[in-house]
Design a binder for this molecule. Structure first.
Ligand code: GRG
Length: 447
């Protein structure tokens, strides 16, 4: 079979890409191992900021798709003494029915003209020289293996990275990522919980959720999405055990019932250094396009699907899907969201290196304020507004080192963001990448 484009994975990134390619008049084959009716079923935080819908020109979720509105995000210190409530235009959003939302995106793609091959496993990429020229797939019902060819393939297969993991070093695409840059999570949907907060509530504790957090998000009608994620480091605790021991044991869950439970993994780093190679593009989780601080990935994945598909359709039309032509997708994604991710990746690593004592101290004394967090979350920029009181507290109890590290982090965030805003041409890529690597290497050493 020959198509103009192949999209591997019918998640939020893949469906968005497939819809746009099809609407541009290309023949598109959308592949997923799930059956059609299961597309959209995913263990997820279910929260998404409203601004993504505005940017993408998507209708807001309504009816069966919308669970409730979100007014912002709150963050509680490990000693439970300080809560920072971040509210404001940039952080309002929705709790969605992930399945219904996924079905909407799939139906939109199919209405646009994309062909879905569901219950189909993608086995491997096919290469013609160094270029990806299609994929080998297996029909799960008949076990028949066949080949699909296209000038462009979009890998939207999630962290499974079905195609990315097979890329050769010469493509400059990271075929694997560090375990430390991944969060392992377990979450349950629980009914019979009265937790009417309107905020996505995040609880920090290195003891309970090392390198991650636990959360309780209200879904309305007495339901919550409650979960816990830990950094994937050697010897990390089991997130399900931690959730049961420290969170679901709390009184508010006393009469609750489990509606659904499941685990998942989230990449929490800056984007892959390049999102393209000859004949192929990477979108969504496969390309690590997630907000590194809170782990939300629906918005950036749809954005990447859109930006990638726009560049891909032009490339197909000109008959040249080489890395150089696809490069514009790198430039546009990094400007629109990747630069913020790079800055927040620096901040994420800093946060993961702190002890509970540091977190309690920093939050109590407002070394970082709600306003700082709002700016960081929206723009990836930390500009500390250290008050006199906070300054006195730091000096008073000898925590100058913490303050200095925070200042250095602020500086590195700015540098990382700027580097991604000035994403290089293919020719300058190698030297750009070594500058990026040196920032992140310096940060690892400092911790
Ligand atoms: C269970 C596998 C698994 C994953 C869960 C908990 C989680 C991962 C995701 C939740 C993400 C979250 C807290 C989303 C909040 C949505 C929101 C209102 C965000 C506020 O806006 P910004 O600017 O969001 O921080 P963007 O998406 O623009 O970075």
């Amino acid at each position: 079979m020959r198509q103009d484009a192949i999209v591997v994975g019918a998640g939020t990134a893949g469906c968005t890409a497939a819809r746009i390619l099809a609407e541009k008049g290309l023949s598109v084959c959308l592949l997923d191992v799930k059956r059609r009716e299961a597309v959209g079923e995913k263990v997820c935080g279910d929260a998404i900021a409203k601004h993504h819908f505005d940017t993408l020109g998507l209708d807001y979720p309504v009816g069966e798709e919308l669970l409730c509105n979100v007014e912002g995000v709150s963050m509680q210190s490990p000693d439970q003494q300080t809560t920072l409530n971040v509210r404001g235009e940039g952080v309002t959003g929705f709790m969605i029915s992930r399945h219904n939302f996924g079905q909407r995106l799939l139906n939109d793609a199919m209405r646009g003209g994309a062909t879905l091959l569901d219950h189909t496993r993608v086995l491997e990429p096919m290469f013609g020289g160094e270029s990806v020229v299609g994929v080998k797939v297996k029909d799960m019902a008949s076990s028949q293996v066949r080949e699909i060819e296209a000038p462009i393939t979009i890998d939207a297969s999630g962290l499974a990275a079905v195609l990315r993991s097979k890329m050769a070093p010469e493509s400059h695409v990271e075929s694997s990522i560090r375990d430390e840059d991944v969060i392992v999570a377990y979450r349950e949907i629980r009914s019979g919980v009265h937790f009417d907060s309107g905020l996505c509530r995040i609880f920090l504790s290195q003891e309970i959720a090392p390198g991650g957090y636990y959360w309780i998000f209200d879904r309305g009608h007495g339901e919550v999405n409650v979960g816990l994620g830990v950094q994937m480091k050697t010897g990390h605790p089991n997130p399900k055990e931690q959730l049961y021991k420290h969170v679901l044991s709390q009184e508010i869950f006393g009469k609750s019932m489990t509606v659904h439970g499941g685990g998942g993994i989230v990449p929490t780093r800056r984007p892959l250094s390049t999102l393209v190679a000859d004949g192929i593009m990477f979108v969504g989780d496969t390309a690590c396009l997630v907000n590194p601080i809170h782990g939300g990935g629906i918005g950036p994945s749809m954005l990447s699907g859109k930006l990638g598909a726009e560049v891909a359709s032009e490339a197909v039309e000109t008959g040249d899907c080489s890395r150089t032509v696809l490069w514009n997708y790198n430039v546009s994604y990094m400007r629109r969201y990747g630069a913020k991710q790079a800055a927040l990746d620096v901040f994420r690593r800093f946060l993961q290196s702190l002890s509970d004592e540091d977190l309690n101290f920093g939050m109590r004394n407002r070394l970082i304020t709600e306003g700082d967090l709002l700016r960081a979350s929206m723009e990836g920029e930390v500009r500390l507004s250290i008050t006199d009181k906070a300054g006195r507290a730091v000096r008073g109890i000898g925590r100058l080192r913490l303050l200095n590290r925070l200042r250095r982090t602020e500086e590195m965030m700015r540098t990382a963001r700027q580097l991604y805003l000035e994403y290089p041409s293919p020719k300058e890529f190698a030297s750009w990448r070594s500058r990026v690597d040196s920032i992140f290497a310096e940060q690892i050493q400092a911790q």
